[in-house]
Every structure is written in structure tokens, then in C-alpha cells.
Design a protein around this ligand. Structure first.
Ligand SMILES: C[S@@+](CC[C@H](N)C(=O)[O-])C[C@H]1O[C@@H](n2cnc3c(N)ncnc32)[C@H](O)[C@@H]1O
Length: 322
């Protein structure tokens, strides 16, 4: 039985760099979703979302993993002995993956995450999991350089995971492309996303009830609080519909709309907001089976297996390079 080793934490992006990126995103009125997980309070907001029974996506994904991990372990080549997790969260799903693989082979754990606080919370959950664990604090984009190094140093293939609909919180094409460039032919990608059947009102209702909750509203607003804005400076508006940039996908978007003029100062930059102006604070793309398959095939991936939740509301997908 391998020993439980003390995890290593390596800083790739400094606080200064993240703060500058955050300030620029405030000026652009468009906050990258990663900032909603960034600090201590933001981490707590996500931990609360995971425990909220109204956030139905959590249980759908946990159930999928419980049912399908044994099959996923069988499908992944035995030479793959590294889990490289994009976004540790509370660590519960990564613990399930590690435990399933450890029954079959030795496995090392790597995570990339913007949030040191999230990493600490996640590693606590993973503390009983034996073997080497390394967490990198920084943007997922570091994967492109890190993954080949990990593969070379360990002489093992990588299983890259991006769970919890995180792919839908990013520009999926950019993300799939840097993931693809980080992989070689023996590596795998495991991801989970919420899906809907086009035009099904029932599914739209499900999506709104999963996202229009108190805890998710708090999460969507968490990052901009650090700029000195208050909840009472505006209203949170949630919109669902076709994405403007990628009309083939739907998105749920959270806006903070100002009720009054407001000036804030962040890193010595003054930013003025006028009544009625909006900040896009959070978004989540939604897919269906057809457009997800198209997205994967057109960005260099081949599907190894799709695993659907009952009623096809959630998808866990294992993919490889074409
Ligand atoms: C929606 S949570 C999902 C967590 C976990 N994978 C799960 O499924 O429960 C997203 C996670 O990814 C991290 N994250 C989001 N965007 C990121 C980015 N662009 N770069 C680095 N970390 C990011 C967050 O800090 C958080 O831990």
C-alpha cells in the first residue's frame, strides 16, 4: 500500500497577476468565472453550493461517477497513472476518481486551480488518498506546459479531468484546444457537463431551478464584492438563451445591474459605473448530445464513451485524441 504523502503546493500565478487581471475584467464589465472561486469567501460560496440540495447538478454527477467509474477505469489504458484535475473544488469527485483507479493501479494526483483556498479545502478531502499529490495554483492555461512535463517525469500517461460543468464556465473552444495541445495519443480527457435536449421547456425549467438559487446568486456576485461593491448597489439578473458568440449553444448568464451610479477604486484605478450598466459576473454554457459531439470532433477529439444520467440531463464523457 503506497504511503500517504504530504501534498506539494506550487504557485504559478501570483496574487499580483490575478489582481491585475481582475481589475481589467472589472473595466470590461466581464468577470472570468474563475474569480468566483478565487478567495476565501468565494471558496466558501462554492463549498456551500456543493451542499445545497437545490443544486441538482451536484448529485447527478456524483451518481454518474459512482455508477460509471469502474467502467472508466477499464477503458483507460493501464499506462495512464496520473490524474490531472482542472479544478479541485471540494475534492470529493477527485477522491472518488483516485479511489477507483487505485483499486486497479498506482495513481498520482495533480491539480491546477486558481484558488489556494479551494486547493487547501480539496486536499483536506483527499488527505487519506495514498500516493503523491501536487497542486499548482494558477490558471488552467498552464496545463499546456505542465502536462507534457508531468508525463515525462513520471513516464506515465495523463487522465485530464474537468468536472462540475467547468468546461461550460469557460470559452469551451479555447479550453478544448489547449487541453488537446497538452495531450498525447495515450492520454485521456474526462469531463462532465449539464445537457439539455433542444427546445425542451422541462429541461429549461430544470436549468433555471438549478441555477436560480440563493447560494448560486451569492457565488455569482462573490468576486465583485472584493472591489468594494455592495449587494445593494444593484440587482442580480439571470438570463437564459442562445449565446451571442456561439449561437449553437445556450447559456445561463448572471448580470449585476447597477441601481445607482457608483465609483470604485481597485489597484489605484478608478472605475465608474452608471445606473443601468451591467457586469457579466458568471455564465454557464449548456449543450446537447449533438452539439457536444460536433464540438469534440471538430477540436481534435474522439469519443471513447458517453455516460448519461437517467433522463439524459447530465453527461460524463471520456475522450481521446483523434
Ligand atoms: C465549478 S468548480 C468545480 C470543482 C470540481 N471539479 C467539481 O466538479 O466539483 C470549478 C473549479 O475550478 C477552478 N477554476 C475555475 N476556473 C479556473 C481557471 N480558469 N483556472 C484555474 N482554476 C479555475 C475553481 O477554483 C474551482 O475549484
Amino acid at each position: 500500500m503506497p504511503k500517504t504523502l504530504k501534498p506539494k503546493i506550487k504557485i504559478l500565478d501570483t496574487n499580483r497577476k490575478d489582481n491585475e487581471e481582475f481589475m481589467i475584467s472589472l473595466c470590461h464589465r466581464n468577470i472570468p468565472t474563475k474569480f468566483q472561486y478565487w478567495g476565501n469567501k468565494e471558496t466558501q460560496n462554492w463549498l456551500d453550493v456543493c451542499k445545497d440540495p437545490q443544486y441538482i447538478n451536484w448529485q447527478l454527477e456524483i451518481d454518474l461517477l459512482s455508477t460509471d467509474l469502474p467502467e472508466i477505469v477499464k477503458l483507460v489504458n493501464p499506462k495512464v497513472k496520473n490524474l490531472v484535475s482542472l479544478g479541485i473544488g471540494n475534492g470529493e469527485k477527485d477522491k472518488m476518481i483516485m479511489n477507483a483507479f487505485l483499486k486497479n493501479r498506482p495513481m498520482r494526483y495533480f491539480a491546477i486551480d486558481v484558488s489556494l483556498h479551494m486547493v487547501k479545502a480539496g486536499l483536506k478531502t483527499l488527505q487519506e488518498v495514498p500516493g503523491e499529490k501536487t497542486a499548482y495554483i494558477g490558471d488552467f492555461e498552464h496545463l499546456e506546459k505542465l502536462a507534457p512535463k508531468i508525463r515525462k517525469q513520471t513516464k506515465s500517461g495523463n487522465l485530464i479531468s474537468i468536472l462540475g460543468n467547468t468546461l461550460g464556465n469557460l470559452d469551451q473552444i479555447t479550453t478544448l484546444n489547449f487541453i488537446r495541445r497538452s495531450m498525447d495519443k495515450n492520454d485521456y480527457l474526462l469531463f462532465a457537463v449539464q445537457i439539455l435536449e433542444k427546445g425542451k421547456i422541462l429541461d429549461i425549467g430544470d436549468i433555471l431551478s438549478a441555477y436560480n438559487t440563493k447560494v448560486l446568486q451569492k457565488l455569482s456576485f462573490g468576486a465583485i464584492m472584493r472591489s468594494g461593491l455592495k449587494r445593494t448597489d444593484g440587482v442580480i439578473e439571470i438570463e437564459f438563451g442562445r449565446n451571442k458568440l456561439y449561437p449553437q449553444f445556450n447559456t445561463i448568464e448572471y448580470f449585476f445591474t447597477f441601481k445607482k451610479d457608483k465609483t470604485i477604486k481597485y489597484l489605484n484605478r478608478e472605475i465608474n459605473f452608471k445606473t443601468g450598466e451591467r457586469i457579466l459576473t458568471y455564465y454557464s454554457y449548456k449543450y446537447d448530445k449533438k452539439n457536444m459531439t460536433f464540438l469534440l470532433n471538430n477540436n481534435g477529439f474522439e469519443i471513447v464513451r458517453y455516460f448519461f444520467s437517467p433522463g439524459q440531463k447530465y453527461l460524463l464523457a471520456l475522450a481521446k485524441l483523434k
